[in-house]
Design a protein around this ligand. Structure first.
Ligand SMILES: [Fe+2]
Length: 387
């Protein structure tokens, strides 16, 4: 592949990894100068005791727990972020700790914007709007999928329009990501499968993105191989700490890739399905990924051939065209093996809503980095195929 003439790769998140490492979270807070922490999480994670582990880690270090905001739903909304920011401000916190999946971490990012800058969240949507650092944010992912613990992005639903709004700024990258695979072993098989396919979609879309460059390539292709190997094992046996650790790292590595190379048509369509019909993000990606890959196949077949090799579905000696097609088959087989739904009709999408979904997807920022330009009839056709 020819080298790009010019590119920029950016990251800033300190990543710490290890089974049980969440016990050291107070140390991380102290290093950032934090003294009063608000934990952002959801009720399920709190009820199963995961949040308690973070609280104990804080207590042991003498950091004060200023409060816990556990009101975050699976697809976070603007009003949830606003309530959370109001709560955290009232508690006088100087550091936020997000304990959860993508929705929780993205909520904490949005809260951080409002806590630091005030005003209306909607005014900060888009790319590069922020112009100053925010309060310190530590992300503790409890799923292996979103990569939000290292990305500059947050996706938050507008409760009035139903659209998923995107917020992109280097200032939204968490200061620290605490990767503790022990926190993911209670994640049920279907959530493990869906979030894992989200991570795979990040890695694949970043690898074929028109913004890809050698650093994002290295990260993306490595994450693809790790996920193909570890995801079936993590779904089959949630207690497999080795597989859990590999998935947590792979999701993070995919995050480091797509945070710079961005995603494409699959994420654009998945955001639309999530916004209009509440389809879980990973499930939507899993259903749509093979169709998006087929659409993009001819725009960069050598890239898809590389994906097939990374997934163990083709050898380097196979012809590029054949290996490229095998990458799609490998993704279909993986999602079938881990038991995810195969069609949009099975997850609540209505056939007569497809034109609207296609319009939403075309307006999504992720469409810009897709390797092949898409028009409205193309997206309608893809959604019909996946229906
Ligand atoms: Fe995603």
């Amino acid at each position: 592949m020819p080298l790009p003439e010019l590119f920029e790769y950016q990251t800033r998140t300190r990543v710490v990894y290890g089974p049980g490492i969440v016990k050291d979270i107070g140390f991380e807070v102290g290093k950032l100068g934090g003294t009063r922490a608000v934990i952002v999480t959801d009720r399920v994670l709190r009820s199963i005791g995961l949040v308690d582990r973070v609280v104990r880690g804080l207590e042991e270090s003498g950091v004060e727990l200023a409060g816990i905001y556990d009101d975050v739903p699976p697809n976070s909304e603007v009003r949830v972020v606003e309530r959370g920011a109001q709560y955290a401000r009232g508690q006088g916190c100087d550091v936020l700790i997000a304990v959860g999946g993508g929705s929780v971490i993205d909520t904490a990012k949005g809260m951080d914007v409002l806590l630091t800058l005030g005003g209306n969240l909607l005014d900060y949507q888009g790319v590069g709007v922020l112009n100053q650092p925010l309060l310190p944010l530590i992300a503790v992912p409890t799923t292996a999928g979103t990569g939000s613990e290292v990305t500059l992005a947050a996706v938050i639903k507008d409760d009035t329009s139903g659209l998923k709004l995107e917020f992109n700024s280097p200032y939204m990258m968490p200061n620290v990501a605490v990767l503790d695979p022990e926190l993911t072993i209670t994640l049920p098989p279907m959530l493990t499968a869906a979030t894992g396919m989200d991570a795979l979609t990040h890695a694949i879309e970043a690898y074929v993105s028109n913004q890809a460059e050698p650093i994002t390539d290295a990260l993306g292709i490595h994450a693809i191989g790790m996920i193909a190997q570890a995801l079936p094992a993590a779904v089959k046996n949630g207690g497999d700490l080795e597989a859990r650790g590999a998935m947590l790292l792979a999701a993070c590595i995919a995050g480091l890739s797509f945070s710079n190379a961005l995603c494409g048509i699959v994420h654009a369509m998945a955001h639309a399905c999530g916004g209009r019909y509440g389809v879980p993000h990973g499930v939507a990606n899993s259903i749509l990924l093979p169709y998006g890959m087929e659409f993009n196949l001819d725009s960069c077949p050598e890239r898809f051939a590389g994906i097939a090799v990374a997934m163990g579905a083709a050898t380097k000696r196979a012809s590029v065209q054949r290996a490229a097609r095998l990458s799609v088959a490998a993704v279909r087989k993986l999602s079938a093996d881990i038991g995810l739904p195969r069609r949009l009709r099975d997850v609540g999408v209505k056939a007569d809503g497809i034109p609207q979904l296609a319009e939403d997807a075309l307006a999504d920022a992720m469409m810009i980095s897709n390797p092949r330009p898409a028009e409205l009839p193309d997206v309608i056709q893809l959604l019909k195929q996946a229906y």
